[in-house]
Design a protein around this ligand. Structure first.
Ligand code: OOG
Ligand code: NI
Length: 569
């Protein structure tokens, strides 16, 4: 008898790891500075780990664990047409990377770009993401828009086989192992690969000259080449100082002072909440078992000197590699405000490009777009938290606008003025949770469970104080439009794009949802749901559900239900 056994499907999370490892290798071969910056990050992370193992006796991270913990990446790609965008969404779906959040980069004032975007990631505990932009040409002058559309209409980034595999994944809900390998290879060797080959030099020049640089980067190339691939760091201030030193922007003395400052700051900031946030493999029990010990100033100075020695060796003399220097300031919240994410980058490299003209001739030229970002992720904010962030950021930007040269003239004064705008934020997780500025995941402690039935309050902060409940933060897994705009702008060397039509088009999440044929997840709903579900479980374990106010219980249940929807889809 014929058996109709269902094929064994490859695990999508494992596929994701293989895809990103492949992309990272590819990018390392294409961009030597990227590979070196990974090494700089590793050296800095090792120093942080060394510090943490003194601060928290018992804490230890093997080289293997360090590589694994540092394996997280986000990529950025820029797509030309809705049809291409749909294929890309289908490609990512095979890796359990689903669209999260809508970013409208067309309405960010002076920093606008003709781009709308979403980010593909796993719904829960994501390790990898892709920020995926779509070029919107309907704000362009009609003449230049027609030329862009014509050029893009003839582009075939996906091979026939890649399309077959995407469709097969959609039909069967997955791919078999050998097909998964094939699709990864399509991504690494074709779809996201930089080729240095371009088309239509005249259009390229016209786009750059008329302020549509981003469009030139998208339309004139023959693949969805990765613009950047961003690793995570345990301490962004240490990493950026290290890069500025390796790139020759700071001397050894200046670097050691900065490094010592960053490490000294960590001695107070890297508490147990920091450990839980940055090292996902650690359990509460692991962390409880670590001790607390002081670190002397002498030890800090020694570490900074050792770092300067390591980073100063010839293999990290990055000033010898082609580079355009490091960005002047870090995007996102200042040092000490552990919300959302902080990002920085070395500036885009100028790379050789060959244009192939319709008459068969070629033009050798250069293109500046690919750069090297770094990021450190913190806690997801509530609505109030995000409002406070946006307000603080606007104040910080206004101050920066009044004195744009300050970051270069007097970096410390710049940092201080920037931080001042965020002074309302508590600097620790407990404070952020008490003020309901960040989301937390709560759980009952064994003391709490023992006391169940005799607990008189449902106030979560009092329960924490009494030792009946503990918390961890919910990590922010998405992007920030203003940071992204700052990164786009400083790397394109172009701030903003003016619209070339009388009425500016309006875009919504629905625009992209229609293009992809699938909904975009609202991550704020999910962060909230994670907190709500944890509260329901906690109250349940403490025997407090019946004591909760009816509307509070209702709201928690409604919010937690949103999480179920996410897991199921
Ligand atoms: C994407 C910019 C957004 C980020 O980290 O905010 C981004 C791009 O440059 O294509 O990657
Ligand atoms: Ni990025």
């Amino acid at each position: 008898m014929l058996s109709t056994q269902a094929p064994v499907l490859a695990n999508k999370t494992k596929m994701q790891h293989r895809l990103f490892a492949g992309l990272s290798q590819m990018f390392g071969r294409e961009v030597p500075l990227y590979d070196k910056s990974l090494l700089v990050n590793k050296v800095c992370n090792q120093a942080v780990v060394e510090l943490l193992s003194i601060l928290h006796p018992g804490f230890h991270l093997s080289d293997d664990q360090l590589d694994k913990t540092s394996g997280e990446r986000h990529g950025a790609i820029r797509i030309g047409t809705p049809d291409e965008y749909r294929w890309v969404a289908g490609f990512f779906s095979a890796f359990d990377l689903e669209p999260h959040n809508f970013y409208d980069m067309t309405s960010l004032g002076a920093k606008s770009q003709p781009i709308i975007a979403t980010a593909f990631r796993s719904p829960l505990n994501p390790e990898h993401r892709v920020f995926c932009s779509l070029l919107m040409v309907d704000g362009f002058r009609p003449e230049i828009r027609a030329r862009v559309e014509k050029l893009l209409a003839g582009r075939q980034v996906f091979s026939q086989r890649a399309k077959e595999l995407v469709l097969k994944n959609e039909e069967n809900g997955g791919l078999e192992e050998s097909e998964a390998e094939e699709l990864i290879a399509e991504g690494v060797n074709r779809i996201f690969k930089w080729t240095g080959q371009a088309r239509d030099y005249q259009l390229y020049k016209d786009l750059c000259d008329s302020g549509y640089k981003i469009a030139a980067d998208i339309a004139c190339f023959d693949s969805h080449h990765l613009n950047h691939l961003t690793p995570n760091t345990f301490c962004i201030d240490l990493y950026t100082s290290a890069m500025k030193y390796c790139l020759g922007e700071w001397d050894s003395k200046a670097f050691q002072a900065r490094a010592a400052k960053a490490l000294r700051w960590l001695t107070s900031a890297a508490d147990k909440d920091y450990l839980k946030l940055h090292f996902r493999h650690l359990t509460f029990e692991d962390i409880d078992n670590f001790g607390d010990a002081p670190v002397s100033d002498q030890e800090i100075e020694k570490m900074a000197a050792a770092l300067a020695e390591r980073l100063g060796r010839p293999d990290l003399e990055l000033s010898k590699l082609a580079n355009a220097g490091f960005k002047d300031f870090t995007e996102g919240p200042p040092t000490g405000v552990p919300v959302l994410l902080r990002q920085d980058s070395y500036k885009a490299l100028t790379e050789k490009v060959t244009f192939h003209e319709p008459d068969g001739s070629t033009v050798d030229s250069v293109h500046t777009a690919r750069f090297g970002e770094i990021e450190q992720r913190f806690y997801a904010t509530t609505k109030q938290g995000r409002k406070l962030y946006d307000r603080s950021l606007a104040d910080a930007e206004a101050a920066r606008g009044k004195n744009p040269g300050l970051a270069k003239q007097d970096y410390d004064a710049y940092l201080e003025s920037y931080a001042q705008a965020f002074a309302e934020f508590p600097q620790d997780l407990g404070g952020l949770l008490r003020k309901e500025l960040a989301f937390g995941r709560y759980s009952a402690t064994s003391d709490g469970i023992q006391a169940a039935g005799s607990i008189g309050t449902t106030d979560i902060n009092k329960l924490v104080e009494a030792g009946f409940v503990r918390y961890e933060g919910v990590r922010y897994e998405d992007f920030l439009p203003f940071s992204a705009a700052g990164i786009f702008a400083s790397n394109l060397g172009q701030y903003g794009t003016e619209t070339g039509v009388a009425e500016k088009p309006v875009y919504t999440a629905g625009t992209l949802e229609q293009i992809m044929g699938k909904p975009i997840v609202d991550p704020d709903v999910v962060y909230h749901a994670i907190q709500s579900e944890s509260l329901l479980e906690t109250y349940g374990e403490l025997g407090l559900l019946a004591k909760l106010d009816g509307t509070v219980l209702d709201e928690l249940e409604k919010s937690a239900a949103n999480l179920k929807g996410v897991i199921l889809t």
